[in-house]
Design a protein around this ligand. Structure first.
Ligand SMILES: NC(=O)c1ccc[n+]([C@@H]2O[C@H](COP(=O)([O-])OP(=O)(O)OC[C@H]3O[C@@H](n4cnc5c(N)ncnc54)[C@H](OP(=O)(O)O)[C@@H]3O)[C@@H](O)[C@H]2O)c1
Length: 230
């Protein structure tokens, strides 16, 4: 049986490029998005590789949605929790730092990966070589000094912390879990001045994913595989 990936937020940005990279390596991918049909690129990838791509619709903030999606999946080896949002970037007075804005960032970036992992865990437990990757950000590191994105930074620090708690609980099942900074990438979130293309980020992430094992579990890495400070 080939290796099966599941990538959340696969309709654009880093998730779409990682989907293309998995396909370039002739492996199977389940592309999970809120609205896959909105993405011409993802639909063309599926049309070109009908036996390798499965589209799966779910919102990562809705655990019932994720559980329903998981019912159609037999087998999973690599789970990549990539979906994320930025929220307010404008410092403490940014008007989007209100109840709804803060809830959206925390529900998507913290609860989202948590719900996704819980929903698909039974499938990944069937794998002989399971791996879970959370796409985090160096902005979540306590050592990172820049940025005025209060709740984005807090959400990535929180998901790194949750990754460690998962790693403790999943150690006995021998499922490695890591969080990874994908680089500063030219996407809707990263903006046009970012240093990496989505393809460059995805190629490095894919290479690093191949090297993940239990010795790496519970740590935070750069896209090139170097360890980062939490
Ligand atoms: N770009 C960078 O420089 C950079 C740097 C560090 C970390 N990251 C992290 O990398 C990941 C991907 O970012 P990106 O740059 O590719 O951003 P992006 O281009 O804005 O794409 C974000 C993706 O997440 C999906 N998403 C958001 N909320 C969702 C939800 N509730 N349910 C399902 N999917 C949802 C979006 O789907 P819709 O189209 O439906 O909104 C989209 O597919 C994020 O976790 C981000 O924090 C990015």
């Amino acid at each position: 049986m080939g290796i099966n990936y599941l990538i959340t937020g696969a309709n654009r940005g880093i998730g779409l490029a990682l989907t293309a990279e998995v396909l370039r390596n002739k492996e199977k991918v389940i592309s999970l998005c809120r609205e896959s049909s909105d993405s011409d690129e993802l639909v063309s990838l599926q049309n070109a590789n009908p036996s390798l791509v499965e589209l799966c619709k779910a919102d990562v903030t809705d655990e019932k949605d994720l559980i329903n999606a998981s019912k159609n999946i037999e087998h999973l080896d690599v789970l990549v929790c990539n979906a994320g949002i930025m929220g307010a970037r404008g410092g403490m007075t940014d008007k989007d730092n209100d109840h709804n804005g803060i809830s959206d960032v925390l529900m998507t970036n913290v609860a989202g990966p948590f719900f996704t992992i819980r929903a698909f865990l039974n499938k990944i437990k069937r794998s002989e070589n399971p791996k879970i990757i959370i796409i985090s950000s160096q902005m979540g590191s306590q050592k990172h000094s820049g940025g005025e994105s209060y709740f984005y930074r807090a959400s990535k620090a929180a998901i790194n912390n949750i990754m460690i708690t998962f790693s403790n609980e999943l150690r006995r099942s021998e499922i490695p879990i890591v969080s990874v900074h994908p680089g500063w990438v030219r996407t809707e979130m990263g903006g046009s001045f970012a240093t990496l293309s989505t393809q460059e980020s995805a190629r490095s992430l894919y290479k690093f994913i191949q090297k993940i094992d239990m010795t790496k579990s519970g740590h935070f890495y750069n896209y090139d595989g170097n360890k980062l400070d939490l």
